[in-house]
Design a protein around this ligand. Structure first.
Ligand SMILES: [Fe+2]
Ligand SMILES: [Fe+2]
Length: 337
């Protein structure tokens, strides 16, 4: 009797230890709108579930791994933006099988963040996401003329003025995959001692065998052009001030936008990805400067990045707006010594 009780008890422990609940907490998430026609923008985005809480990803295991999509810079509201490409990407991300667990949009969602109509256009387009939660970051265009308040009001309605900074600089844990949202817009204008201390402490707390992915609007290493005499490549400030912290803590991957093309680079054991191809006018080529860190780039098509996380490698596929693979990479974990 006693022996069978112990056996059952051990079985229960085994079952619980095997059940990994990888959750995307509700307040990180832009939900599918309940009422697309709603006039009140703050009321438009709510969880479909009435209990205000997204269901955790109870099905996620290494056998059914985390799969995310990332793109950036749709620039809703700009006449020259390619709205058809943006729509195709949304459709492709929403319909892909097996389904994406989240879609990260890395900013410059609007052309002018102070214009309500641009946010409304974004909301209408995002209403197509019936299955995939969207996690938005802010870009320099979204922040123009206090656009930050509209970004929060339209896309993160649960944020308050007190919690705004924590939603812009944020750690999101989905099981053993840890995402960091860094609010890098033009560069490091929002960086400061408080977030530096926060980032150092959080990165130090993560075991080496876990994944660390840093998301930001502004890039670190990238090829690009001089724009009005300013080098729009290998960002002089983010690579000097922040990249050394990421590399010292041996993060695995940075994903950014701001430059309107797709690229993979590597520096000191970290992979640096640019995916600014969600519909904003594409970067001009040939580039004035091809980064020494660059492994691959495409600037002649829109698209998105598709990432699947395995215990010791990530499958990274750059896709065109229809979901057709442009280039596949297998990125090993812990490349840094
Ligand atoms: Fe942009
Ligand atoms: Fe930008």
């Amino acid at each position: 009797m006693r022996r069978s009780f112990i056996r059952c008890f051990l079985c229960l422990i085994l079952i619980f230890s095997c059940t990994v609940v990888w959750a995307l907490p509700d307040y990180y998430t832009l939900w599918v709108p309940v009422d697309v026609e709603a006039q009140d923008p703050a009321a438009a985005y709510r969880p479909i579930a009435s209990d205000d809480r997204y269901e955790p990803f109870e099905d996620l295991t290494w056998d059914h791994p985390l799969r995310i999509a990332v793109s950036s810079d749709p620039h809703f509201g700009r006449a020259e933006s390619n709205a058809e490409a943006t729509k195709s990407i949304i459709r492709s991300v929403n319909e892909t099988e097996p389904a994406f667990h989240a879609f990260f949009v890395l900013g410059d969602i609007t052309e002018f963040g102070f214009v309500d109509a641009h946010w409304l256009a974004a909301r209408e387009a995002f209403a197509e996401f019936s299955r995939v939660p969207v996690v938005p970051l802010m870009g320099n265009h979204d922040d123009l003329m206090n656009g930050r308040s509209k970004f929060l009001r339209y896309l993160i309605p649960d944020a308050t003025s007190e919690t705004a900074r924590q939603t812009l600089w944020q750690r999101i844990d989905i099981g053993p995959v840890h995402f960091f949202k860094l609010n890098l817009l033009w560069g490091v204008e929002d960086w400061g001692p408080d977030v530096e201390a926060w980032l150092e402490e959080e990165l130090a707390s993560i075991p080496r065998e876990d994944w660390v992915v840093v998301l930001s609007h502004c890039f670190f290493y990238s090829s690009g052009q001089y724009i009005l005499g300013v080098p729009w490549f290998d960002h002089p400030e983010t690579t000097t001030l922040i990249a050394p912290i990421l590399e010292r803590h041996r993060i695995d991957l940075s994903i950014a936008g701001h430059n309107h093309h797709m690229e993979l680079a590597t520096h000191h054991g970290v992979f640096y990805t640019v995916v600014g191809a969600f519909g904003g006018v594409l970067s001009q080529t040939p580039f004035d400067h091809v980064s020494e860190t660059s492994l691959w780039y495409r600037a002649d098509t829109f698209g998105y990045a598709d990432l699947t996380f395995y215990p010791d490698q990530v499958l990274l596929v750059f896709r065109d707006p229809e979901g057709v693979a442009l280039k596949r990479f297998i990125l090993p974990q812990n490349l840094a010594p």
